[in-house]
Ligand binder design. Sequence first.
Ligand SMILES: [Zn+2]
Length: 128
Amino acid sequence: MNIVKNIEVMAARLERAREIVKLGLIYPIYGDPERRYVCKSHSGQQDGNGQVKLYLVSQKGCTCADYRHLREVNGGWCKHRLARELILGGEQDDAGARRAADKNGVAHKGRTQPVGNGDRRRAARTGS
Ligand SMILES: [Zn+2]
């Protein structure tokens, strides 16, 4: 597949992945060390019993048909795996934001602390 087509395919999947997250169709298997997720069919596909289909989504793959198709095309980034990625990415961003805040706290403290000898003397005088 050419790159433009591939990006278009991925962009459409990502859009649907965002909807899946927004609609709350995907939820984690709590306590699963592999951090797998269960995702309800976004298009409302049903199984033989008239239940909405559920897909098992992991870092390695997904049980949906699209994954099997996309595996050959782009490594299997179906909308379910992208949705999982969005969620996990969000968690990482939160943690990253906290780390940045901590670092800024330290950096802020660092700015008020003297770096050179002169600064240290001045800091001693001013008590800052
Ligand atoms: Zn899938």
